[in-house]
Structure formats: C-alpha cells, structure tokens
Design a binder for this molecule. Sequence first.
Ligand code: BEZ
Length: 249
Amino acid sequence: MLWDSQRYLARHGFIIERGQALVDLLDPQAGERILDLGCGTGDITAAIARRGAQVVGVDASAAMITHARERFPRQDFRVADAAALPFHKEFDAVYSHAVLHWVPRASEAARGIARALQPGGRLVAEFGGHRNCEALETAFAGALRRITRQDYRSPWFFPRLSGYAARLELHGLVVRAAWYFDLPTPLKGEDGLRQWFIQFLPHHLDGLDEATREAVLAATEAALKPALWRDRAWWADYRRLRVVAERAI
Ligand code: BEZ
C-alpha cells in the first residue's frame, strides 16, 4: 500500500497519541536497544529515544521511512518487512503499535521478532483484534458492492487473542500478559469518517472516478450514522489486542 504520510499526521495523529500510552507500558530504560516495528512517521521512535534508549525504527513503506528521516534526521530508520526481519539477538525489546494487523504472515513476524530479541528480551505490541472495524468494513463493503459491483478486499488481519498468543509461543516467545478490549475511537472532524476510508482503503477508492467515489463515501456515511455518529463526532469501532511477551531463554 502507498502511504499518504501527510494525511496520516494531519488526520490520524490520534494513532500516534495512542502509541505513546504503549511506550509507558514498554517502559524503555536508558541504554536499552529497542526496535520500533512499523515506525511510520517516526514520532514514537523519537519519543522512545528521548527516554535514553538506542532505537531502530523499521517500516515496510519506503515513503514512510523517507518522511521519518526528514522529520528526525538523527534517528536510525530502515526499510524492513515485519514478516522478514533481518535482526539476530540485537534488541532488548521490540515495540509495535497499530502495525501487526497489516501482517497476515503472523508466524513469520513472530519468528523474526523472537530472533531479533536477546533471550529474555520483551515484546510490547498493540494492534487490531478480532472484529476490529467490523462496522466500518461492513458498511463500506455494502456501499462498494451496490454502487460499483466490486467485492470488498480487506487489507487487514484481525486475529483472536488465543490464536495470536499461541502463534507467538510456537515461535519462541512466552506470553506474559494479553488483553482484548473495545476501544471506540473518535475521528477528527465531520469528515473524519471519509478521511479514514481515503487514508486506509486507497486500493478501492483511488481507482474510482470522482462521482462514484463520492457516492460510495456518502452511502457508507449514511449507513454508519445511526451507530457511529454521536456527540457530534464519528467513532471508529476499534477493538484491540495488547500483548506483552518475552523471548524464551
Ligand atoms: C487500527 O489501529 O486498528 C487500525 C488503523 C488503521 C486501519 C485499520 C485499523
């Protein structure tokens, strides 16, 4: 997927804010070596570095890495695929926020994370879990089908907690704690819902002519308004998995 990093910062900065809360759970210590897996714009990489850790930020998107390097020129950013990580026992911790639901090759990701960690090193991750964005995807799929006759293709993998934890353990990590919870998330502005679809589903929207695209977005908004518009804001039906694990010794 081609990322629009400017739109991400302007409209979906709340994802970065949420990532800060996960940094508190990571609790990085001065001198620790930490991998920020799926670093995006690099804001969290820089926040972890401000706590005194040595951080490497990796992202599969070359455009995001270019943008991150421009924003934080002193940080170490590299292009790398989460399902093919090139590291061997280099890190005390792997941090990952809002990324692993983009990685359906979860076994490869788990294996690469375990390999990247020192024995006893920790993984702290949060991402979309089972039925994440179910209302959003269902409404969009219906509007797309009715208006364009195209079938919706989800770019995401939203696993159940038990299956994901088992996968991590199978590939060399020991799960210490895990949570699955609802996280209704306000989107910014009256056009927040359509901005979310424009950001995250370009593979469907970019190919449509202006009028068709508008019709799909308007029909999606109309379908979701009764459930997701309240207190003068759109609320995305996020459901999260949060996992703390460590590499088996
Ligand atoms: C999430 O954080 O759950 C998410 C973000 C963007 C697209 C889909 C899900």
